[in-house]
Design a protein around this ligand. Structure first.
Ligand SMILES: N[C@@H](CCC(=O)N[C@@H](CS)C(=O)NCC(=O)O)C(=O)O
Length: 328
């Protein structure tokens, strides 16, 4: 666990001293966009046209932010156009690492040992955190983006003209954008990042505040999803996928490791069915790896779990009937 300072790796944990024990997530640094014609996107510079085989995605199966991008890659039919490498779940003194000898955790582009080497290839004097997901451009040999919220928007539409891509699937439809953005805003701060704020807090009051906001939001979501299948109505959108990656990790990790223990997702009748409904979308189960999820959090976050012992349970099942299709 650490970060790059002027291109040199430093091993250090998040500094919560300067914020009174509160965890604050650093903003991503690479913010360019792949677009269908290579024009600049919402921010950043142009020159990244959507082409088959050009881009490579670095992910961790454990990471909820990376998980979003894997789901979009899968559902949009981008697997043959965008290659992927999966880091090892243990993120310790060198940050995210590869295991060059293993097919499962190899860097297929650079054969790197550590993800921070990929960052310094893009920017030799880079300062900041080294995070997944990271989208690499083979042609310009640089990082396009390390912000998952942007990467899923690129995957949603920029590659639609390529062979076999599901242009008919739009997870950010024009007419729902305002509503999606509104839901995302609350879910991001209080749920996606809320669990981290609770888990990484080093002061009681900061933990309790995050815990309170998290469960207020889960109650709100439980109610919102009673009587409508998805967060913005009858259409499955990015808002649902962004919530999904936190819910799927909740009972295995956040409930215990991050002390988010008022109740499990399994104890919310509506949210637990919603979770099953999304999990059962064809292709999605293949993006979920509970063993790597548990291994990452319990082994890597030694300030929270110094023994690095990984719990055996809980028993989880996201299969089985959910009845959500009756809401359509
Ligand atoms: N804003 C980023 C956040 C990504 C992020 O924080 N990923 C975590 C893994 S779950 C990470 O790589 N952390 C390493 C670190 O902070 O040093 C995104 O959504 O893409």
């Amino acid at each position: 666990m650490g970060l790059l300072v002027d291109g040199k790796w430093h091993d250090q944990w998040y500094d919560t001293d300067k914020t009174g024990g509160k965890f604050e997530r650093e903003a991503a640094r690479f913010r360019n966009w792949v677009t269908s014609d290579g024009s600049a996107g919402a921010d950043g510079e142009g020159g990244f046209p959507a082409e088959s085989g050009r881009y490579h995605l670095y992910v961790s199966m454990a990471c909820p932010w990376a998980h979003r991008t894997l789901i979009f890659r899968k559902l949009k039919g981008l697997e043959k156009h965008i290659s992927v490498s999966v880091v090892h779940p243990d993120m310790v003194e060198n940050g995210w690492e590869f295991r060059p000898e293993s097919e499962q955790h190899r860097d297929h582009v650079h054969g790197a040992r550590f993800l921070h080497e990929v960052y310094t290839r893009a920017a030799p004097d880079y300062s900041g955190r080294v995070t997944v997901p990271t989208l690499w451009d083979r042609q310009r040999e640089t990082i396009v983006s390390n912000e998952s919220a942007d990467i899923i928007r690129m995957f949603n539409s920029a590659f639609d003209h390529l062979d076999g891509v599901r242009a008919d699937l739009d997870f950010y439809p024009e007419g729902l954008r305002e509503e999606i953005d509104g839901v995302n805003e609350r879910v991001y701060h209080t749920v996606n990042n809320g669990v981290y704020k609770a888990g990484f807090a080093t002061a009681q009051d900061k933990y309790e505040q995050a815990y309170g906001e998290l469960f207020d939001s889960l109650d709100w979501l439980e109610e919102r999803l009673t009587g409508q299948r998805y967060l913005t109505g009858s259409q499955l959108t990015e808002a649902d996928w962004r919530l999904f990656t936190t819910l799927i990790r909740f009972d295995a990790v956040y409930f215990s490791h991050f002390k988010c223990n008022r109740q499990r997702i399994a104890d919310f009748p509506v949210l637990s069915d919603f979770l099953k409904d999304l999990y059962q979308v064809p292709g999605v189960a293949e993006t979920v790896d509970i063993d790597q999820i548990k291994r990452h959090y319990y082994v890597s976050q030694r300030t929270i779990n110094p023994t690095q012992v990984v719990p055996v349970g809980p028993e989880l099942s996201f299969d089985g009937p959910h009845g959500r299709d009756l809401l359509d």
